[in-house]
Ligand binder design. Sequence first.
Ligand code: FAD
Ligand code: FES
Ligand code: FES
Length: 1377
Amino acid sequence: MEEEQIERETKSLVFAVNGQRFELSSVDPSMTLLEFLRTRTPFKSVKLGCGEGGCGACIVLLSKYDPVIDHVEDLTVSSCLTLLCSVNGCAITTTEGLGNSKDGFHSIHQRFAGFHSSQCGFCTPGMCISLFGALVNAEKTDRPKPSPGFSKLTVVEAEKAIAGNLCRCTGYRSIADACKSFAADVDLEDLGLNCFWKKGENPDVKVSRLPSYDHNNEICTFPEFLKCEVKSPFLLDSQKSSWYNPDSVKELQSLLKAIKGNNGARIKLVAGNTGMGYYKDLQQYDKYINLCHVPELSIIGKDRTGIEIGATVTISKAIKALKTEANGEILSESEMVFKKIAVQMEKIASQFVRNTGSVGGNLMMAQRKCFPSDIATILLAAGSFVNIITDTMHEKLSLEDFLERPPLDSEIILTSVKIPKWEPIKNESSEKDCKILFETYRAAPRPLGNALPYLNAAFLAEVCRWKSSGEIALNKCMLAFGAYGTKHSIRARKVEEFLTGKKLTLDVLYESIKLVGASVVPEDGTTSSAYRSSLAVGFLFDFLGPLIDNVAKISNHWLDNHGSATISTVDEVKQNYEQPDHAKVPTLLSLSKHVFEVTKEYQPVGEPVKKSGAALQASGEAIFVDDIPSPMNCLYGAFIYSTKPFAKVKSIKFKSKSLPYGVSALISFKDIPKDGENIGSKSIFGPEPLFADEMTRYAGERIALVVADTQKHADVASNLVAVHYDMENLEPPILTVEEAVKRSSFFEVPPFFYPKQVGDVSKGMAEADHKILSAKMKLGSQYYFYMENQSALALPDEDNCLVVYSSSQCPEFSHSTIARCLGLPQHNVRVITRRVGGGFGGKALKSIPVATACALAAHTLQRPVRMYLNRKTDMIMAGGRHPMEITYSVGFKYSGKITALQLDILINAGISPDISPAMPHNMVGALKKYDWGALSFDIKVCKTNHSSKSAMRGPGETQASLIAEAVIEHVASTLSMDVDSVRSINLHTHDSLKMFYVSSGEALEYSLTSMWDKIAMSSSLNHRTEVVKEFNRNNVWQKRGISRVPVVHEVIVRPTPGKVGILSDGSVIVEVGGIELGQGLWTKVKQMAAFALSAIKCDGGVELLDKIRVIQSDTLSLIQGGFTSGSTTSESSCEAVRLSCKTLVERLTPLKERLQVQMGSVTWEMLISQAYLEALNLSASSFFVPDLNSMQYLNYGAAVTVEKQVEVNLLTGETTFLRSDIIYDCGKSLNPAVDLGQIEGAFVQGIGFLMLEDYTTNSDGLVVADSTWSYKIPTIDTIPKQINVEIHNSGHHKNRVLSSKACGEPPLLLAASVYFAAQAAIKEAREQMFSWGCRDQPAFNFQVPAIMPIVKELCGLDCVERYLKWKIGSETSPELY
Ligand SMILES: Cc1cc2nc3c(=O)[nH]c(=O)nc-3n(C[C@H](O)[C@H](O)[C@H](O)COP(=O)(O)OP(=O)(O)OC[C@H]3O[C@@H](n4cnc5c(N)ncnc54)[C@H](O)[C@@H]3O)c2cc1C
Ligand code: FES
Ligand code: FES
C-alpha cells in the first residue's frame, strides 16, 4: 500500500480532557501530552518534575473505550512521556477534573488537606491522580462491597499506588495516611494526625467526619460524547501530523518500505514511548509510526506450549496475563515460573510507566541500545524465544541469539516473545524426585521499583533428590544475569556447565560461586564493579544454598522453603497464589504514633489547623511560577553550561550554520548593559557572575542563554551549541580540598563569623587516658531535589521597568541583583513570589541567576522571557550541600568521658563565596552538642573549581552533628564500650552547656537530658537492644542495629517585615517577608493574625481565621523581606504580623469601646465598616527586629530524639529501616500539624543524605548524577516502616515568639540515628566475619551516603566465599543457615 493511500483514511486528533472535547487538525508528532496540557489548556496541574518518567508529578488518568465490549480501561500514565498523537480517541482526567474550589473539592483533595499530606504542593496533583487511578481500578474488582465512605481499595494497594511518586517535603507518611483512609481494610485508628477526628474517638464518628467518598457518585472518566465518536473508528491525519497508525503487519511493512524510499526519512517506531525517559529524543524525526494498532503485535496467547506476548503488550497487561491461571486444576511448575516473572516485572519502573511501556519496547531497547533490562534477564532464564520480521521474512530465534546480534536495523520489527511452558519433570525412577526451580533476583536502591538494578538475575534449574540419601543434584540449569554493566543480559554458561549433573555439596557450591564471580564481570568504567560481581555470587548462593541446607532436613515436602517458596506442595502453592496480593504482601508502613499537646493559650495559634491552600494544591489550582500563562510574544530561555573546570571560552556557536528552529538569540555576558554588571547572585560575602566571561571557572558554569519561541526549542537548541575551549598555558584547576590547601585557595571568613574555641585542648589531651590521633572522614554533597525546578518569568514594563516572577526564597536579593546587573535603579524592578515548590536552601541564592538571566534577556529583547530549567541542567548547576574532609584527634578517659577534641576541617565551597564563610559558624554550633571538655578547630573554606556550594537544609549543622557522632562511635569502639553509654556520659549538663554556648538560656530551657531519658522509655530502648542482639545471634545474613542520638541546634532569628490590612468587608490581607515554601509559613501567619486581631474581642463569634488571606510577596510592596531560611522565618514573620495587628487593635479599640457603649454588641463587620466611615487607618506595617540578646537560641530534641532499628542484608547491602522514634522540642508549637510535617519531612531528607543520595561528579567536577535515573531520593518504600514522633512542649520561653521554637531544619540531623544504627548492624556483620576467621577485613570507614555498594563492601564483598571456606574447613555440622 502506498503512503498516500494510508493517509486518506484519516482525520483530526480527537480526545477529551476533564470531559472537554479537543479536536486538533494538525499536531507536531513529537509533542507530549504534558506539553499540550500545560501550554494549550487551562489545566496546569500536570507538573513537570523530571520529564523522564521518574517522579510522578505529571501523572494523568488515561481512559480508553472499547465499544465492542462496552468497557472503559483506566490507566495512570506519565504525561511527560506520552505522545499527544497516541491519545487519539482517549479521555484524560487530571486532578482539576476531580473537583475544584468553585464546584467543590473531591474527597481525595479534602482528605489530602485534612491529613496534612501537602507541603509545597508540587507533587500533590500527581499523588492525587495516582490514588484516583487505584480507586477507579479497585472498584472494578469483584471484591465485596465496602462499607459506606470506603472503597474496594486495600491498604497495601493504597500505599503502593504512590510508590512511583516522589515527594521531597513530607516524608510520605501523611500522604500514605490520606490514601489509606479510602481502603476497605483500614483501621482508622492507625492513621496519623488529621483534622477530622481525635485519637480514640468512636469509629463511627470518625467515618462520619471523613469527607465522603461514594464510588457511585464518582466522576465519569470517559464522556458519553466520545464513546459515540469512538464507535466509528478514526485515525489521525498522517499527512498533517507525520503520525501513522498502521493496523496490520502488512500495512506496517508497506509503510516502512514507502517511507524508507523517501530520501531516508528518519522514522521513529512508537509503542508506549517510555523509552524516551531514558534515551531523550535529542534529534527530530520525520515520521512516527505507532505500533499499537497492529493486532499481531498485541496478542496474548496461552496454550500447552507456553505463553506468547505481543511486542506492544504493556508490562502491566503482561503481568496480568502471566498471573492469570490456566484452566487446569493443578498448578504446574510453569504457572509458577510465569508468576515469578510477573512478580519481578512488578518491580520495573512504576505503575504509570508499566501501564504504557511495552514488553517489546523494553527488549528492543536492550537489543539495540544495551538498556539494562530486567525483562531480558528473566525471560532469558525462562528459555524464551522472540519473533521478528525483516522485510517480508519472519524469523523465530532464541532470546539469547536475539540479544547477541548486532543492533537490529530500525525497520526490523519485534512481533512477540514466547515463554515456553516448563512441564513438571516425570519422575521415571522411583529412587528420586525431580523438580523445576525458578527464582528471580534484583538489587536496586528501591525495593518496589522505580530504580534500575545494580544487577538482576534469574535462575531456572531442574533438580533431583535421591530418596535414599537425600542428596540433591542439578540435572540442568539456566543462570541469567543482567544490568551489571554488560552490553546485554547473559547466560553464565561456564557455571551452568560446571553445575550440570553435579551433586550439590558445599565444595560444589563454593566452586560454582567462584566461577560466577569470574563470569559476571562488568565492563570497564562501570561504577561499583566489584559490588555487582559480589551480588551475582550472593544471589547464586541464595538460590543453591537452601538445597544444601535441606540435605539435613529431608521431608516429603522437600524444598518447601526454597527461596520465596519456589516449590511447595501443590495445595500450599495454590493457596498462596489464590490469595489476593494484599494478603501476601505486608503493608509498607506500619502504625505511627504522634504525641503532642495543643496549647489553648493563644488560640487559634497552637492548634493543628490544616495548611492554608492545601486543597487548592491537591486540585492543581495552586499557581507556581511556571503555571502563570505566557504573555503574548513570550520567549523561553535555556542555559548553556561549561563542561570544563578551568578554560578560556574561545567561542560559543551553534553546530549548524543557521540558527536552530525557533531560536531568537544567544545571550551572554556581552549583552549586559554598559551601566550594569556581570552579576548573577550575591550574599554578604560577595557576588557570583551571571555568565562566564572569557574564562570558565567550573564545570556547570553558565556560559550563555539560548532564547527561543518555546521551552522545548530552547532546550533542544541548547544541546546544539558547541563551545570551544582553550586550556593551553593555564594552571590546572583546583578540584580537591588538598589542592586548595597546597595553593592556599581559601575564602576569607570574617573574624566576627569565626566561632570561638572552647577551653584548653592541650590540657584536655594531657588529662586523657586514651587518644585517637588524626582520624579521617569524608562527607559528600547532596542535591536539593525540590520538585519544582528553578523558574522565572520576566516582563518588560514601561519606562525601563521590569516585573519578574521568581520561584525564590529571597526575592529581595533577586531584586537588587537584577537591578545591579541591568544597571537600573532598584525602583525599576519588582520581584513577585507567590509560592515555591520546595526550596531547602536551593531556591535562595541559586534561584537568583535564573531570575536575573530572564530579566537580562527580557530587557535586551524587550519581550517577556521565561525559563523553567530541565532537571538535568538544574542538577548540574545546583551546587548543593558542602562536601568536606575532616581530621580529628580526641582524648578521653577509660570511662568514655571525652576530655578534648581537636578538628581540622576542609570545606569544599566551590568557586564563589555564596554563604560558605558562614559554614564554620554553623558547624561549630552543632558540633558543640556534646561536652568535649575542650574544643579547638581549624576550619578552612576552600575555593575550588566546582560549582559554588550553597545552603542546604541544616547547612553545616548536618555535617557537624554527624562528625560529633562519628567521634563518639570511634571512642566507644576503641574502649569496646556500648556507644549509647558514651553518648550519655558526654551529654552536656547545663553548666557545661553554658561554657560551650552563649545562647544556652535558662537551666529550665535545657530539655535535652529529660528528653534523652524519655525517648529511652517511650521507645523501650533497653528491651529493643536485647531483641536486636537476639536477632543477630540467630541470623547469619541479616543483621540489625540500634542507635540513639541527641541533637543541639542553634538558630538565629532575623529581622522581618509584616503588613496587615483590613478591607471594608472585614476580610484581612497579610503580607510578610517570609516565603511559603511548603513549610507552613502562611498557615502559622494566618493563625497569628487571627489570634492578634481577636484581642479586639468583637461579638458574634466571627471565625477570623477564615477571613485572612496571606498574599504573594512583592518586593516593591513590602521591602526588606530578607531570606526565608534558617528555620526561623515563620516565627519572625508571625511576630511581625503580631506587631502590625497590635497597632490595628490599638487603633480600633477606642472605636469598639465607643460602639459597645452605644449599641451594646459590636460585630467585627460592624466595627470595620464604622472604621471605614471614620477614616481610621486600617493598614499597619511593622519591622520585627529581634532583641540582640535573645536572637540566637538552642533547639533540642532533634537531638535527643531518635532510636532506630535497621536491618542490613549482607548479601546485597540493602538496608531496611524498621522503626524510628523521634522526640523534638518545639516549645509551644505554633501549629503541631505543620511542625510534625516538618519533623518527618526533614528526618526523611536526612535519611536521603546519609543513606541514599549519591551526588557524583566526573573527574572535571561536572555532576553526573543528573537525573531521576541516577539520583535516588527516598520513596515510600525506603523510609522507616514506623516513625513515631513526639512534639515535646517545653513550656514557657519568654524570649520566643509565643513560646514557640523552630523545627524546619534541626530534625534532619536526627537521621544520624538511622545511619549509626546501620553502622551498628554492619559492625555485627564484621564481627561475625571475624568469628569465621577473617582477620584481614578492609578498614571500617564512615562513608556518606551509605548506599548499597558501600554497605556491602563494609560487610565484606566476599562474605559468601569466606563463609563457605570457613564452613568447608569447619568440623561442625554442614548446615548452611
Ligand atoms: C522511569 C522508568 C523506569 C524504568 N525502569 C525500568 C526497570 O527498572 N527495568 C527495566 O527493565 N526497564 C525499565 N524501564 C524501561 C521500560 O520498561 C521501557 O521504557 C518500556 O518497556 C519501553 O516500552 P515502550 O512501549 O514505551 O517503548 P518505546 O519507548 O515506544 O520504544 C522503545 C524503543 O524500541 C523501539 N520499538 C518499540 N517497539 C518495537 C517493536 N515492536 N519492534 C521494533 N522496535 C520497537 C522504538 O522505536 C524505540 O526505539 C523504565 C522506564 C522508565 C521510563
Ligand atoms: S515529569 Fe513526568 S514523571 Fe516526572
Ligand atoms: S509536598 Fe511533596 S514535593 Fe512538596
